[in-house]
Design a protein around this ligand. Sequence first.
Ligand code: AMP
Length: 231
Amino acid sequence: EHGVRVYGFHGTSHAYVARTAAEQLGKAPHACNLITAHLGNGASISAIQDGRSVDTSMGFTPLPGLIMGTRSGDVDPALIFYLSARLEMPLAEIDALLNKRSGLVGICGDNDLRDIEARVAAGDEEAKLALDMYAYRIRKYIGAYAAALGRVDALVFTAGVGENSSLVRREACCGLDLLGIALDEEKNQAAVRGRSGPIHSAKSRVAVLVIPTNEELEIARQVVDLLAPAG
Ligand code: AMP
């Protein structure tokens, strides 16, 4: 009645990297089970079964799911009632708080992973907490989506953070050996600034791929498909 549904966002990016991952795996898209992590200033992760997205971490709005640059991602919904009742915070302010002043910036004051990484290297505790929480949330979703899919052919990292931060990729995959996910740290560190490719080790049962997203190309391809004469 009110158009409330789980829309999900970053769909063109997830579609592009899923299509490219299938090509790199040498499989038909409909034969692939993938987990695609779009980690930019906004971030979402998607479970793709037989080439179709069956779950994604954003929802009715881009607020839920992963910790982002300025968005909280998942929080207890009762937090909103609490802030409203206890602090008499107006709803518009809670909205701005969760969307614009939470996430990485809320935890440590910076929302750019480059600045956070530099602070972590200098021993800054708040920046380390932000990075740990950020990576933990990604790990948690990878585990949940692996359980939802049953079989995972590849885990894909894309967007500003996913394509450039070997530290985030390492932390996000840390301890996922039980899911058959193991990185080759040399390959992981080499896949930055436009250099893409597989970053998993020989013993990994799941391929881990860094694929630069290309939403413009995906949109163009979908327009061409739409305009193609039927039949
Ligand atoms: P996007 O929204 O995909 O343009 O991603 C932007 C975000 O990517 C920035 O806010 C940074 O946090 C992150 N980013 C870009 N370059 C790097 C880098 N070299 N290392 C770590 N994070 C990066």
